[in-house]
Design a protein around this ligand. Structure first.
Ligand code: GAL
Length: 464
């Protein structure tokens, strides 16, 4: 038997903005707004209005998730739903009722609810008024929103996350133009990265002040490990800087309470260092996470840049490294992402050896596949054997890391039920449960039935 630790989380992750639909929501988040003004930027012009209709069907959805073996679920509370007055942080009662019902339904099914507070879904008004995450005012407002969540739901939700993949906000909004408002500005990106770290620490401070019995708080990072193209010094140096920027910029403050000094030196040298204060540094120092969530999809391979780092022009972090397309790599062609399950082992060992062996879990992993209808059998079930293979391979490497002492307590798939993706909408499907977006009929895929057996046995029998 390949057996996982006792009480292992077998589950999946989604987010409010990608599953609920916009029903009854007072404020628009940045994606709701982007779709309003530029629907053509979204695959087939499908926006987040209905998403997977979780707002209306949470109860039956959660039952289906349980049938697919999930003993835990992460979703997120939408700031743009929960808060009525964004300036004074008053709550919207219908939203409170909704999230209460979502939490209670999970508990009734025996599932552990995990709640995240920010999944790329800043209320757009806070962008318009203050410049969003560029502003420390927004950081403060976020901490107020977080406090409301802890007070309202902390009696039942014992596992919280401050952000999902904060680096994606930095890259999408401020560097590589895939999140509204699609700005390209390296210096702002640096400040936003700092502010997101500060926002996480301030939310943790609020959490600790409430002394919630058995409450734990963490953050969710897309720890995409960096692999250098070769042993050559230039490639190694490119990988060192890519790792500093992509991973350590969030990992080190979350776990050690300070930023990586080598990165600070580089940003000072390049004249793009963030604005900070002694008091903020103290907040970051004192408010580190209890656990870490790691989203892992694909490795990040880099090589020395083609251009010299002191080339003239606006500062961007990727002047220090270029993406490296490794010949012979294995790829999920629908999504264009390399498949490299061994990285989960490398992540496990990295956390064990370099990050205090902090408790962590795989908070997202998975594969997006288009046109899964082609795999439907006569009973209408999608036979997604490729997903089963994908998950099993990743779990095998994760298991090896755990066997060697890494403190991993769970595995969450992206996602329970096919849901809406940023810009790609419903192009690629990730779920253990399919969703016909025209009828909202949801059906467990072959992988979901398989996951139930894995979850029931807390592992699987090894083949002879
Ligand atoms: C992650 C993100 C999720 C989901 C997933 C698959 O980066 O956290 O929200 O979209 O990618 O595309």
């Amino acid at each position: 038997m390949i057996t996982f630790p006792d009480n292992f989380w077998w589950g999946a992750a989604t987010s409010g903005p990608q599953s609920e639909g916009r029903f009854n929501k007072k404020h628009a988040n940045v994606f709701d707004y982007h779709f309003e003004i530029e629907p053509t930027a979204f695959h087939n012009q499908v926006g987040p209005d209905t998403a997977s209709n979780f707002y209306n069907s949470y109860q039956s959805d959660i039952k289906l998730m349980r049938q697919a073996g999930m003993n835990s679920l992460r979703t997120s509370i939408q700031w743009s739903r929960l808060i009525d007055d964004l300036e004074t942080n008053t709550v919207n009662q219908e939203a409170v009722d909704f999230y209460n019902k979502v939490i209670d339904s999970q508990l009734a099914e025996g599932m552990t609810p995990v709640m995240n507070l920010h999944h790329f879904d800043l209320p757009v008004e806070l962008y318009d008024k203050y410049g969003g995450w560029e502003s420390k005012k927004v950081v403060e407002l976020f901490a107020g929103f977080a406090k409301q969540c802890f007070q309202l739901f902390g009696d039942r939700v014992k596992h919280w996350a401050t952000h999902n993949e904060p680096m994606v906000v930095v890259e999408g909004q401020y560097l590589f133009q895939f999140h509204y408002p699609n700005i390209v500005d390296g210096k702002k990106a640096v400040q936003v990265a700092y502010n997101l770290n500060l926002a996480s620490a301030l939310a943790i401070k609020e959490f600790k002040a409430l002394n919630i019995p058995d409450g734990k708080i963490g953050t969710i990072l897309n720890l995409t490990p960096t692999y250098a193209a070769s042993e050559k010094a230039e490639d190694q140096e490119a990988a060192r800087i890519a790792e500093l920027w992509n991973n350590k910029l969030f990992l080190e403050p979350a776990i050690f309470g300070h930023f990586p000094h080598e990165l600070e030196e580089l940003l000072v040298k390049d004249n793009v260092m963030w604005k900070t204060t002694e008091a903020e540094a103290q907040v970051i120092k004192e408010n580190t996470v209890d656990f870490l969530g790691v989203n892992y999809y694909h490795p990040n391979r880099v090589k020395a840049p083609d251009l010299a780092p002191d080339s003239v022009g606006a500062w961007m972090p990727d002047r220090y490294y270029d993406a490296y397309d490794m010949p012979g790599r294995r790829v999920n062609l629908d999504r264009g992402w390399e498949i490299y399950p061994e990285a989960l082992y490398d992540i496990a060992i990295n956390i064990r050896d370099n990050y205090k062996n902090i408790p962590w879990y795989v908070s997202e992993n998975g594969m997006g596949v288009s046109n899964e209808e082609r795999f439907k059998n006569q009973e209408g079930m999608i036979e997604d054997d490729y997903r089963i293979d994908f998950v099993k391979e990743h779990l095998t490497w994760l298991h090896k890391g755990i066997a060697e002492g890494s403190d991993c307590f769970g595995y969450h798939m992206w996602t329970p039920i096919d849901c809406w993706s940023w810009l790609n909408s419903y192009k690629n499907r990730y779920g253990f449960i399919s969703n016909d977006i025209h009828t909202q009929i949801k059906t467990i895929k072959k992988s979901g039935h398989w996951f139930k057996t894995i979850s029931d046995q807390n592992g699987w029998e090894e083949e002879a």
